[in-house]
Design a protein around this ligand. Structure first.
Ligand code: PLP
Length: 400
């Protein structure tokens, strides 16, 4: 059996989530907008899921807008807010996911000016660059809660407070954070927050945008008034039920999951440090405390997701290494799943000031609930063997 270490790309469906979804795939096929008993059954299931997703991020259920994915949530946040405003400025961090940078670029076509907020060499938003962007009084600011490549967690409450001070609407992409660290919508200070089910052991094709109720938001999909008029289209009832079940499990098991991941990450990083030349990005001051209550957690802020480790190996071709690892039964990625295979260095690492050559030689290991210490040890052994093999080949070619 192959070892799957790519949980930031997607996670397996939790069997308990599948079980919750099955009745809505098989028997309860009603349209949640219908008034008859079939419809009411579906509506009740959607309402329950709305409460479960809201609870995961300490929001109110009326603030949850179900979407088709995290990408749609990011698009709805940016384009939906921008559509109700006269074109002005949007400030986004340099390390956002493509699903946020894409809509930001699309807004440029409509006359918006995009200011990029720089990050430091540890992938943290630079306070000088943030202040500079805020001096231009942007209408919208978007900074992700946790980065999908490095796992670095931003101080969203502090960033939101500054953004609100200049009157901006604050959005945060919490797609990678939710389910891995405590996420609290009101405490984040954001007006909008994106989530995605398949990153937390739920089904693919379901996301949510948490929206401050006072906010003006133009739908991307106009239709029959679904989702409080914010997203037209018949609800994906089974998918939404799955998201709700996954969110409830993630909330209830957060501390246990985090402890498991922290243990595995400790083992992984100890093994990586034994490998000559391997660099762990954004590893400075990496803490992983996970308190039980929200207040405790705010005091013990983690800096990096407990499951994510991004490494570079000078002299090693990242894509070739990835392929060889795959042949040996190890599934990892060379950064963001969306960008891998492009051969382009990661925009996240470039923004961190990493040498473009090294930025092409990276592997992202993202651990999950199903991983064991044996998986980690096997990964280290295969990586060691591959690096030695690639370096020996390079040396003998050099000797000829
Ligand atoms: N935002 C981040 C940080 C992500 O990592 C991803 C997916 O990798 C997305 C948004 C997009 O989510 P989805 O795959 O549900 O469209």
């Amino acid at each position: 059996m192959a070892v799957y270490l790519d949980h930031n790309a997607t996670t397996p469906l939790d069997p308990r989530v599948l079980e919750a979804m099955m009745p809505y795939l098989r028997d309860h096929y009603g349209n949640a907008s219908s008034v008859h008993s079939y419809g009411r059954l579906a509506r009740n299931a959607v309402d329950q899921a709305r409460e479960q997703v809201a609870a995961l991020v300490n929001a109110q259920s009326a603030q949850v807008v179900f979407t088709g994915c995290g990408t749609e949530s990011n698009n709805l946040a940016l384009k939906g807010v921008a559509a109700r405003l006269a074109a002005g400025r949007v400030a986004v961090s340099a390390v956002e996911h493509a699903s946020l940078l894409g809509p930001a670029r699309a807004l440029e076509w409509q006359g918006w000016i995009i200011d990029t907020i720089a990050v430091d060499d540890q992938c943290r938003v630079s306070s000088a660059s943030l202040s500079e962007a805020l001096n231009h009084t942007p209408q919208i600011v978007s900074v992700m809660m946790a980065n999908n490549e490095t796992g670095v967690i931003q101080d969203i409450p502090a960033i939101s407070a500054q953004a609100r001070r200049v009157g901006a609407i604050m959005h945060t992409d919490a797609v990678q954070a939710a389910g891995k660290i405590p996420v609290d919508f009101p405490a984040s200070g954001a007006h909008l927050m994106s989530l995605s089910a398949h990153k937390l052991y739920g089904p693919k094709g379901v996301g949510a945008l948490i929206v401050d109720k006072t906010l003006e938001l133009e739908p991307l999909l106009h239709g029959g008034g679904h989702e409080m008029g914010r997203r037209g289209g018949t609800e994906n009832v089974a998918g939404i039920v799955g998201f709700g079940a996954a969110a409830e499990l993630a909330l209830n098991e957060l501390a246990v999951r985090s402890a498991h991941l922290c243990r595995l990450r400790g083992l992984l990083e100890a093994g990586l440090r034994e490998l000559p030349g391997v660099v762990i990005f954004a590893a400075q001051g990496c803490a992983s405390a996970m308190g039980a209550g929200r207040a405790e957690v705010a005091a013990e802020r983690v800096e990096r997701l407990p499951n994510t480790v991004l490494i570079g190996a000078p002299g090693i071709d990242g894509e070739a290494l990835l392929m060889n690892m795959d042949r040996k039964g190890i599934a990892v990625s060379s950064g963001s799943a969306c960008a891998s295979g492009s051969g382009e260095p990661s925009h996240v690492l470039l923004a961190m000031g990493v040498d473009p050559d090294l930025a092409r030689r990276v592997i992202r290991i993202s651990l999950g609930q199903g991983n064991t210490p044996e998986d980690v040890l096997r990964f280290i052994a295969v990586l060691r063997e591959q690096i030695e093999c690639i370096r020996a080949t390079a040396h003998s070619a050099w000797d000829m």
